[in-house]
Design a protein around this ligand. Structure first.
Ligand code: BEZ
Length: 401
């Protein structure tokens, strides 16, 4: 074969490979050509793009893409190609949805998701297939507890972490009794458990637990019940569109100003534009907030606003950090993502320079991070203190921890 033919054959082969052809044995055909390291990195985004958690999915997507942009649009010299699936926050469809990304789209990593029930379905498949998963929100404890695995990482929180610090917050305010109100699924139940652990440790009494099915928003009967109980404080978990409706209904029922309202910060994150004055004064705990005066946060907020014409929230930060975590892994192996062991090791020991403040992974692959006390002032979730420093999830049942 002369040089020209060789070059043409090689070009054709690369074209076919880029179009999705199998690369098995390619390196031995063309020694010295690092096929695996020049192809695009295939990232599957499995997130809600419809339903009550739509805005959360969009903010995570934006944040992730911003992190890649910050690296010049490439990770260790490799371009990134995105494949998206709307998981509809539907746990029943989770195995089918993640399998579409793994089998049809042949992704290298799945970034997802928001809803804890969906995450549990993804984790099952990830454990069976060994697929690398980075969870940018859903806090289901089992994912970094009994179902933890080397290939499963989370850049957000465990549900328990977000409400455990509230116990001391309420105690310091002099509240002795509380009612907890939430959607009945893993996230709500685990945030309830976190609050119960924190509040009872401080001598508080949880007098009533109230539930409604996800994603229902018929709050009125529950608000009537709360009014008749008259606890010192009301604590809840709702997020996205449901949280906005709850805040408005709480105020309309005349409870605002009478029964102090608290929650994990999802209650007020990303909804303040929509609820007007209804959220004023509500205090929450979360690992992000407005007014974190670090250079990293200021730069992130500026870049996000410029790119997406919107203000970032906690979901955007978690997506951004998912991108940063993947970048840390890919860079450590110089783009050779076939080196799974090297990549996982680097991701597990990464120190993420996050807009929320720097954080590290626990042995179970869940962030060890500060939780802020925030108060709604105007259109901001203003950080007013640290509710818990460097809080780690207990990771009960995780064999890696
Ligand atoms: C969850 O299902 O884990 C979740 C959803 C929205 C906000 C926070 C947690």
């Amino acid at each position: 074969m002369d040089d020209t033919n060789q070059r043409r054959d090689r070009r054709e082969f690369l074209k076919a490979a880029a179009a999705g052809g199998a690369l098995a044995g390619a390196e031995s055909l063309f020694p010295g050509v690092a096929f695996g390291q020049s192809a695009k990195i295939r990232v599957g985004l499995m997130l809600p793009y419809t339903g009550t958690y739509t805005q959360l999915g969009v903010a995570i997507t934006n944040g992730f893409k911003l992190a890649v942009q910050e690296k010049g649009g490439k990770l260790a010299g490799r371009e990134v190609e995105y494949f998206t699936v709307d998981d509809e926050s539907n746990p029943a469809k989770a195995p089918e949805n993640i399998n579409r990304l793994i089998q049809r789209d042949k992704v290298d990593v799945v970034v997802g998701t928001v809803h804890s029930g969906v995450l549990l379905g993804m984790v099952k498949v990830a454990r069976e297939t060994g697929t690398l998963v980075i969870c940018p929100n859903a806090g289901a404890g089992a994912a970094t507890g009994p179902l933890c695995a080397p290939n499963i990482f989370r850049t957000s929180f465990s549900n328990w972490q977000t409400t455990y610090p509230l116990g001391k917050v309420l105690k310091d305010k002099g509240h002795k009794t509380a009612v907890f109100l939430t959607w009945k699924y893993a996230a709500g139940e685990e945030m309830l458990q976190g609050f119960r652990d924190g509040f009872t440790k401080q001598g508080g009494k949880l007098v009533k637990e109230l539930f409604l099915p996800f994603p229902q928003v018929e709050f009125q009967p529950l608000l009537t019940e709360i009014a008749s109980i008259k606890p010192d404080a009301v604590v809840c978990f709702f997020a996205g569109g449901g949280a906005a409706k709850f805040l408005k209904d709480y105020a309309a029922a005349g409870l605002k100003g009478k029964l102090p309202l608290y929650g994990s910060g999802f209650l007020t994150d990303g909804v303040l534009e929509a609820v007007g004055n209804a959220a004023a004064g509500v205090e929450t705990t979360l690992h992000y907030g407005d007014g974190i005066e670090t250079a990293r946060n200021k730069e992130f907020r500026l870049e996000y606003a410029k790119a997406f014409k919107a203000q970032p929230d906690v979901y955007a930060v978690q997506g951004f950090d998912a991108g940063q975590l993947l970048a840390a892994g890919v860079q450590a192996v110089k783009g050779d993502i076939g080196n799974r062991e090297g990549m996982i090791k680097a991701m597990a020991s990464a120190r993420i320079n996050s807009p929320r403040g720097a954080w590290t992974m626990s042995k179970a692959h869940n962030p060890v991070q500060d939780f802020y006390l925030r108060k709604v002032i105007g259109k901001e979730n203003k950080v007013v203190g640290i509710a818990h420093k460097a809080l780690a999830d207990p990771a009960t049942g995780c064999k890696m921890a």
